[in-house]
Structures are given as C-alpha cells and as structure tokens.
Ligand binder design. Sequence first.
Ligand code: SAH
Ligand code: SF4
Ligand code: F3S
Length: 432
Amino acid sequence: MTKKLFIKTYGCQMNVYDSERMAEALGGQGYVETATPEDADMILLNTCHIREKAAEKVYSELGRLKPLKELNPELKIGVAGCVAQAEGEEIMRRQPAVDLVVGPQTYHRLPEMEARVRSGLPALDTDFPAEDKFDHLKGRPKARRAPAAFLTVQEGCDKFCAFCVVPYTRGAEVSRPAARVLEEARDLVERGVREVTLLGQNVNAYHGGMTLAGLIRELARIDGLERIRYTTSHPNDMGDDLIAAHAEVEELMPYLHLPVQSGSDRILKRMNRSHTAESYLQLIERIRVARPDIVLSGDFIVGFPEETDADFEATMELVRQVRYGYAFSFKYSSRPGTPAAERPGVDPDVADDRLQRLQALITEHQREIQDSMVGREMDVLVEKPGRNPGQMIGKSPYLHSVHIEGGTAAVGDIARVRILDAKTNSLGGVQV
Ligand code: SAH
Ligand code: SF4
Ligand code: F3S
C-alpha cells in the first residue's frame, strides 16, 4: 500500500539534497511524496540549527502539525537534520507528538526507523556512524529530474569558527570518493540533469582522491553535463588549481560564493577565521584575473561580540571594494556550545542598524550588476514554464533568474537570450 510522505526543508542546500535522499530512502518503503501535510502518513521536518530563529521555527511548526494526528491516527512525525543532531531526545521531551528523530549522518537507517515507529515505538538516531550513508542508499528510483541538481561531495567542517554550530551538527570534514561522485553525476545526466551544483560545507577542501579542481575537470568530460557550480567555499581552501579551473573549464560557471563574514581583522581573529581582510581581497583579485566576468557572493555576520563601529565600517569598506552580485547578511545569533556564546553581545538595536546599512549597500551593488547585464546576450538554462503564455524561466551563468519571452526553448535546453530588462532579483529577455 502506498503511504504519503510530506517533507519540509529548512536551512542550506545540503538539506535540500538530503531531503531528496530521505524521500528516496522511504520510497523503498512504499512512500510517495505529497505537497500537503494534511494527507500525509509521515511528516519529516528537515531542520536547520544555524541561528536561533531557524531552530525555534521547528517547534512552532511542530505545534501546528500536532492536531493532524487527531485527524489521522496513523500519522507519524519526524525531525531530521541539524536541530535533530543538536538537540536529540530533547525534541521529543519538548514536543511529545514527535515519533522519530534522525540526524544528518544516519538517515540511510530511516527504513528501519520507520518500521519501528509503525510498531508504536519512538525512534532516535543521531550517531556519526563509520559507514557512509550514501553507500546505503541503493536502489533509488530512476525518475526524471529537473535540469539543475545538487550533488553533495563533501560534508562537515573542521574549521570551528567561533560562532558556528556546523562542526557539531554535521561532524568532521569528510569527502565522498571521486568515483562515487562521478557515478552519481552520470546517473543524474541520464535522468535529464544539465547542471550540477557540488555541495559541501567546505566544498573547496574536497579531497576524495583528487582536489575539487580535479573533480570539476572530470565532471566536465561527462557528455550532456553542461554546467558545473560548487558551494560553499572557504577562502583558505581556494587552491591555485581551482582558480585556474575558473579560467580554463568552460563548464564551470562564472559565479562564486566565498563568505568572508567580516572586513575587520580584529573581528576575523575573534571569529577564528584564520584569514585577514587583505588576504581575502588579494584572493578575489586573483580570481578576477582568472575569470574577469565572475560574479561573487558572500556571507556576513554583523553584531558579532565586541564588534565596534570601526569594525563595522571595515566590513562596509570591504563590501565597497569587492562589489558582490549577491550577499547574505545576518545578525549574529548566539548558539549554545560555541566559543562565542560565552562572550557579551552587541546592543541589538546597534546590530539592527548595521544590518540595514550593510544590506542597503549590498542591494545597491546587486542592482548595478543586474543593470549591467541589460543589452548582453547570454546562455540561459531553461528550468520551467513561466506564468505568462510562451514564457520560460531559466538561470543565467551568473545564477540570475531569467524570464525568457517568445522563444521555442524547452525545459533542459540552453537558450541564447538577449537581456532587455533587469529587476533586483531577476532579468528579462528574448530568445535570439
Ligand atoms: N560553511 C560555510 C557557511 C555555513 S553557515 C562557510 O564557512 O562559509 C552559512 C552562513 O551562516 C555563514 O557563512 C554565516 O554567515 C552564517 N552564520 C553561521 N553561524 C551564525 C551565527 N551564529 N549567527 C549568525 N549567522 C551565522
Ligand atoms: Fe561554520 Fe566556519 Fe565551518 Fe563555515 S567554515 S561551516 S562558518 S565553522
Ligand atoms: Fe543549517 Fe545544518 Fe545547513 S545548521 S545551514 S542545515 S548544515
């Protein structure tokens, strides 16, 4: 009998990838996915622990879902991902409607856990097992896929930035063997994928028998795989061979997410980032020499403990020098168990004000870069039909969303598009 599975995903792209894998793992148990929690027999929340708000959302969502159990006594509720890893059993104590808790490294055991909750027992698994979960996700359905897919190649982190929970929720840095990654990429291409984004918390530290640059060069040789991206990178792992790949590998897209967090050396040191603002700027310079049209994005934290006005101004200055095409900026959130959690925070109003100023500056640059695309022709990977008749939506090499009018392009095609207008978050154009 088919049962219905509803998965809600929070957090980063790795969670998106993991949710797909969990759906496949439970597919073997007769589950098909549903888009609505109301008709589900199993609900999984794949959670994020990175900031307090992200983690608290999970409990309010669980509170909303709980009444569904009265309508469907067969309904089981599970919490997966980084909150599951960080809080474990505590989740079931705080919300007794939860039947199952599974961490990011053990979801290949979901089929056994599902059987256990069906028999009325709770199931909890937040191990860091020696075996590779990906090796245990066999017999996946060969379903057709959307043209752009994520592919996890590296997980975990050994960097221990003073603010960050990832080394605790995802564990130590581990790379998947290159042969496995290539096998999965070939399988994706057979299923209709044209673009892969290689994922890792420190993806450029990849060392699965070759460097990330080596892996990218191997992937570029796969027929039908037209585009390669990777995220997230750490400035200290940006090797010369990876920079060279940006100059030489046509399939490697001209877009790089390279978080710096702050432009103040004093704060970077307290964050345990082990790079300076200057070394980051020099790195950006070298990358731009290799690939002059590259669009950069970054992550920033404002209001880190002891951040002064002068420290914040240094961040603004760094942003002015780099001119990001996109950037994500966050107010510092104190996370239990991290070294920075012990330190006194910045006044929340001051932090709010800094965040607004930083975001305004980033938006200004983003807008300028978007505007500079108008009049240019570029290749767009067509991903789905748009809202208007004949309109398609795709992605530019620089990761812009592009609305294509009046063309003949089908999903999965790479269309040549002349850009006619720019908004803050998307471009519009016609197929040529
Ligand atoms: N591995 C990536 C980022 C992982 S988390 C890297 O090293 O760049 C994604 C982003 O969340 C981080 O880059 C950081 O900007 C932000 N972040 C992490 N911990 C945070 C915290 N405690 N408070 C606010 N933002 C945080
Ligand atoms: Fe977190 Fe730093 Fe590791 Fe990135 S490098 S995941 S910010 S500890
Ligand atoms: Fe969040 Fe875990 Fe990703 S904490 S950002 S879901 S690695």
